[in-house]
Design a protein. Structure first.
Ligand SMILES: Nc1ncnc2c1ncn2[C@@H]1O[C@H](COP(=O)(O)OP(=O)(O)OP(=O)(O)O)[C@@H](O)[C@H]1O
Ligand SMILES: [Mg+2]
Length: 344
């Protein structure tokens, strides 16, 4: 497998041969609504995550980001149905794994940080104990080993206040500190992949940047690969290696962060970028500037029956966009755009 291109210091390109740690191919997930009707949420999503890589997943509300996160560890609502595709982790298809195999993989190899931090912590148990329980549930034995490992994890995430934070109850911590406790739980068993579903959505811009700093350090120190889900492209610059843009359950664009964020090609990626405020400290639109909005919406009733799903909202639409769906066009070995403007 040839992926991806890395820029060398002298500017030459080197094509590295590496094996993906996670490979998603043609993933289809639907939700069963009233009766037996199925509503698609993911329609043929494919991408690869390399060891130690940060993949940013971008998209508006309802684009399928959480459905994708849940599919990767098979933690989906009861009415969700995976109707096709594969999710290969180190060569094994997680969609075919039995409950015991999945239990062994979750937390230990891939862990998920949920979108709602307030629901994830027990209010009356000290946070240190909550991390200790995660370790114990995944097979760590012996009081001393558990205590030592818990302390190591807290020292990694809270180097300055290791003991105080560990002894605190969730309500004694700030939102950013609670989010760090969830990160501590997620890394407790030494996974190689962390899937973080909008982990900073409820935090102020400064705390958001601090949390990104924690993730960055963990990647450097532990070599973690990460899928970082957000609706805010500004969070991904200087952070993600690759960016995948989801629109209505389909991949609109996927490629190296510097190309997708620096020169977005898909009309949806461009519109998403223009309609998002910059994070504080980043260049971009000022606080009071009026942001353009992407007119229309991506609700199921607004999606066209045929053609490109973004066509009704696209400012660059052509006749062909109404006729059929675009296939992903390769701009480079690792940058694809599903738009007729780039089809050869
Ligand atoms: N339990 C469910 N039952 C039925 N439909 C669902 C369910 N969960 C999600 N959906 C639908 O699936 C689609 C994708 O939802 P998903 O939660 O994955 O989007 P998202 O990108 O995570 O949105 P957000 O940014 O708001 O978190 C949406 O149309 C949503 O309404
Ligand atoms: Mg979501």
């Amino acid at each position: 497998m040839i992926l991806p291109q890395h820029e060398l210091e002298d500017g030459r390109k080197q094509v590295q041969r590496m094996t993906a740690i996670l490979e998603i191919h043609d993933l289809h997930v639907s939700y069963r609504s009233s009766g037996s009707e199925l509503s698609p949420a993911l329609k043929g999503v494919s991408f690869r995550l390399m060891p130690g890589e940060i993949m940013g997943v971008l998209g508006e509300s309802g684009s399928g980001k959480s459905t994708l996160a849940g599919s990767l560890v098979r933690l989906l609502p009861g009415n969700a149905l995976v109707t096709g595709g594969t999710v290969q982790f180190e060569g094994k298809d997680l969609l075919q794994a039995n409950p015991d195999e999945l239990q062994a993989i979750r937390g230990r190899h891939i862990s998920l940080i949920f979108q709602e931090p307030s629901l994830a912590l027990h209010p009356t148990i000290r946070v240190g104990e909550q991390v200790r329980q995660v370790l114990a549930a995944h097979g760590s034995r012996g009081k001393r080993t558990l205590n030592e490992r818990t302390r190591q994890i807290f020292a990694e995430i809270f180097p300055e206040e290791t003991d105080r934070i560990s002894r605190s109850y969730p309500h004694q911590l700030s939102g950013g500190q609670r989010q760090r406790v969830l990160i501590a739980q997620a890394i407790a068993c030494g996974p190689s992949v962390v899937v973080a579903d909008e982990p900073t959505a409820s935090l102020d811009p400064t705390t958001q940047m601090e949390i990104l700093g924690v993730f960055r350090r963990l990647r450097e120190r532990l070599g973690l690969a990460m899928i970082f889900i957000t609706h805010n492209p500004a969070l991904l610059s200087d952070f993600a290696d690759h960016v995948l843009v989801l629109y209505a359950g389909e991949v609109a664009e996927c490629g190296p962060a510097e190309s997708v964020l620096g020169l977005p090609r898909h009309p949806y990626t461009k519109a998403l970028f223009q309609s998002t405020p910059a994070v504080s400290g980043k260049p971009g639109t000022g606080r009071k500037a009026k942001l353009p909005v992407i007119l229309g919406d991506s609700s199921r009733s607004s999606l066209p029956i045929r053609g490109c799903c973004f066509e009704p909202r696209c400012t660059e639409r052509m006749e062909i966009c109404k006729e059929r769906e675009p296939s992903p066009a390769n701009l480079s070995v690792s940058h694809t755009v599903s738009c007729f403007k780039y089809e050869s």
